[in-house]
Design a protein around this ligand. Sequence first.
Ligand SMILES: [Mg+2]
Length: 94
Amino acid sequence: MKINELAEKNYLWVEKMGWHNKTPLEALALIASEVGEAINECRQETPSEHFGEELADIVLRVLDLAHWQNIDIEKELLLKMEKNEQRGNRGRIK
Ligand SMILES: [Mg+2]
């Protein structure tokens, strides 16, 4: 399944559940809350067994927001990766 298909599938499920946000700002706040949950799974020397699930929560919320806002996230990701590659290391030493 391609990423835009995943985004649509997840969007439709969230819509069915009646959980969509009213504003993009609210959606971003919930993405931030998922980042906080992921941070909590990394408080030991190594990430917990739930770390991957929290990363998935972050990605799903981002995909949901992108789909809602009619953003072609696959296109944006590819464009951004290309832009990053063109920028090179911007003077940073490995
Ligand atoms: Mg979570």
